[in-house]
Design a protein around this ligand. Structure first.
Ligand code: GLU
Length: 480
């Protein structure tokens, strides 16, 4: 069972800048932020960039920007782990002096067959502690000769047990733990060393991180103890799965915060969606403000089983947030998406703003919304298949629409009520259903079979465009 927590807490998010911020990482950051906000304390951002080959400074900036965009706020940092390597080494020297860690001169070549044998026997490889027992004179000889060595932590021969905040009681048998490496033979600290020394120095009292780190935790617990530091509480969050029930990856679509941003997902919607992917406020609320999430947040309600990333649900939620945006806000959020829809030059255009308000409820993303506004300013392509169906239902359609166009050319005022009355009157006079004219008119003007109430659309589009497009569509129908 997860146990309750009292604040204040010092938590951290520690991404490695090896790629764009993954939604799994973003969710970890969000939970840490919510924990800190609900219990008080501090949230530290630490960039774990010690793997020089895989780390990229551009990604450090990217991750930070993605967090800022998402609205995740931290109190301290970002600290760069790579700037602290001297400190990591210094702590290893202390451990060696105290006999808690030791130099190991065994070469990888010597250990490889032992490792292979363990794998073949289905056992976890454990370093046989050859160098722990090394007579002092022999160790001194190695040093004189400059034999390369690694430094290993001397692990107590006991199982490691801890109460995971998400998973409950977790135990690792002594047999699966060995004297792991702290410092490599080139003098660089391992991930285990850097992460623990930093957590100690940054006073981290609670580590909430992905389940992929669970097997590292027994090592880290022992290292905290060896360093004489208070041991933080740990919680491991289950993986996020894709629609294929495998770890979320490119196979099933977008995975990075950046991609969702580019699709026109709103940051507050993504935040809300990710927060609920593995946590519940304890009731059936789904749309929650950050304040409501902070008020409701507790580790007890973090779920222990993997969640499936449901893109449809995210789109639904985004649609809800999009709908709720006040006009000025909507205009500002939409701006970066105008260029892609060929609407950059209409920025600030009152018709664009009015159309955005009309379509706001019908779009699930900002990108979709921008695309829906295009017909107000640019010619449209017609769906021939839909057009053929309209014609099959009503062979007189070209004549009827031509007549409607003539009516619209002189309708005064060019406003919703009159536009609707004109269409209905024409339908009645000609003995056809209003729908037989409404759907083709929508296609003529917007190139789409769905959209806002037709006469709102016509009125907003304006006489000139509506009349011209109706006439062009009549021609197109005749050519079909
Ligand atoms: N840097 C690690 C990662 O990106 C996280 C380390 C941790 O949270 O302890 O996976």
């Amino acid at each position: 069972m997860a146990s309750s927590l009292a604040g204040p807490v010092r938590v951290r998010f520690a991404p490695s800048p090896t790629g764009y911020l993954h939604v799994g990482g973003a969710r970890t950051a969000i939970y840490n932020e919510l924990l800190r906000a609900s219990l008080g304390g501090a949230f530290v951002l630490r960039i774990e960039d010690t793997d020089r080959e895989r780390s990229d400074p551009a990604m450090t900036r990217q991750i930070q920007q993605a967090l800022e965009w998402l609205g995740v706020r931290w109190d301290e940092g970002p600290f760069l782990q790579s700037e602290r390597l001297q400190r990591h080494r210094a702590r290893v020297d202390e451990l060696v002096e105290q006999g808690r860690a030791y130099a190991c001169f065994c070469t990888p070549e010597r250990l490889a067959p032992l490792r292979d044998a363990a794998v073949r026997a289905g056992r976890t490889f454990r370093y046989p502690r050859t160098c722990l027992e090394l007579p002092a004179a022999e160790a001194a000889r190695h040093r004189e000769r400059g034999t390369p060595f690694v430094v290993r932590l001397r692990m107590p021969d006991a199982e490691v047990r801890f109460a995971d905040l998400v998973r409950g009681e977790v135990a690792f048998a002594a047999e699966v733990l060995d004297d792991f490496v702290l410092l490599r033979s080139d003098g660089t600290p391992t991930y285990h060393l850097s992460v623990v020394v930093d957590d100690v120095d940054m006073g981290v009292s609670l580590v909430l991180r992905g389940e992929d780190h669970l097997s590292n935790t027994p090592k880290h617990l022992r290292l905290f103890e060896a360093l004489g530091a208070p041991v933080p509480r740990f919680g491991h969050l289950p993986l996020i799965l894709g629609a294929d029930k495998k770890r979320l990856s490119k196979r099933t679509g977008a995975t990075s915060v950046e991609e969702f941003r580019a699709q026109g997902i709103l940051p507050e919607a993504l935040y809300n969606y990710l927060a609920l992917l593995g946590w519940s406020p304890g009731d059936d609320r789904e749309i929650l403000s950050r304040e409501e999430m902070v008020a409701a947040f507790s580790v007890e309600r973090l779920g222990g089983s993997a969640s499936v990333f449901d893109v449809e649900k995210l789109l639904w939620m985004n649609g809800q947030y999009l709908w709720a945006l006040p006009p000025d806000e909507l205009r500002a959020r939409l701006e970066p998406f105008l260029a892609e829809a060929g609407l950059a030059e209409y920025r600030g255009n009152p018709r664009l703003a009015a159309a955005a308000a009309l379509h706001q409820v019908r779009a699930r993303t900002l990108r979709e919304l921008a695309a829906q506004l295009r017909p107000y300013f640019h010619d449209v392509a017609w769906d021939d298949e839909a057009s053929r169906k309209y014609l099959a239902k009503e062979p007189r359609l070209p004549e009827l629409l031509a007549e409607l166009g003539r009516g619209y050319a002189t309708a005064e005022p060019f406003a919703v009520e009159l536009l609707e009355a004109a269409l209905r009157q024409l339908a009645e006079q000609q003995g056809v259903k209003a729908g037989a004219l409404i759907h083709p008119t929508r296609m003529a003007l917007s190139g789409s079979t769905a959209g806002p109430p037709l006469f709102d659309l016509v009125a907003l589009m304006g006489r000139e465009t509506a009349v011209r497009r109706l006439a062009a569509y009549v021609e197109a129908l005749r050519r079909l």
